[in-house]
Design a protein. Sequence first.
Length: 362
Amino acid sequence: MHLPSITAALALIGLSAATPTEYSTSSSSSKDQGLAQAWTSKGRQYIGTALTIRDDPIEQGIIQARNEFNSITPENAMKWESTEPSRDNFTFAGADAIIDFADKYKKEVRCHTLVWHSQLPAWVSQGNFDNKTLISIMENHIKKLAGRYKNKCTHWDVVNEALEEDGTYRKSVFYNTIGEAFIPIAFRLASKYAGSHTKLYYNDYNLEYNNNKTLGALRILKLVQSYGVQIDGVGLQAHLTSEATASSGGGVTPDTNTLTKVLKGFADLGVEVAYTELDVRFTVPVTEAKLKVQADAYARVVQSCINIKKCVGITIWGVSDKYSWIPGVFKTEGAALLWDEQFNKKPAYYSVLKTIQAWRKT
């Protein structure tokens, strides 16, 4: 397929060119202060969690309590298949419920996500639209979705997972039809409709390893900036492992220095950074030894964010292992979150809390 030049596509919308550490579970300070309380007391913005509203009073109660989480990210309710299942036929019940929850319990909302190749209805992914039509479809979707929640979202994940593992562009319907121009176009449209108080992010996974995919995300950031388009941050999803697993290809959570270097690379280009979907999985069954290694991995991630002033927040991708997405995708892996399936706080919870509490601001 012939792709138009990026300049031509942009013109369509008026643009110019270690040894595991022991983490006690009985500290009085741990009982008195929650994760978000500890984090915001140090001057940073949020500790958040992914939210699916369901009938589980224990889980929902933990999310509702402002001491643990002061930010929420809709797990699925704002994705394209949930909000525009057929062309120009919008349904906002699930997304509205998220916003109402946030208003009621005084949470920030990281809205997620506007343009993504996955959880995309077939009418988009298989529509065989030309360049101009697909850009029009993108604009209508962003206008209706971001516009509905104008200035209610503290952040929007505008473009999600546009890269392959080697740092080249993912061959999505958006890239195949529009070319790399779809990225600055999406940010331009989000800037137009999301509201002046909303930070606009590029979001992706496996950026944490300082590899070719990290370089690809830096390229995207520079691309959007080169057209004078608003882009405020880069989100590192941080779906990590504490040991080599079947799904990890032998990789494990990087050391603190590597994580810090990656965050600094983005921050040095003038944007915020955040960990947006953090979980740390391992091969089950659970053992005490594995929980300790996991706790150490969580601590490294938190410490790296502490090390970079522009790292504004951390979102954990769920509360309890009971509802984690991981066992449904990686059958032999799991136990990735801070509360176990019975809603007991795990060593990882205390490692996150103690790492924040040990931080001495300079």
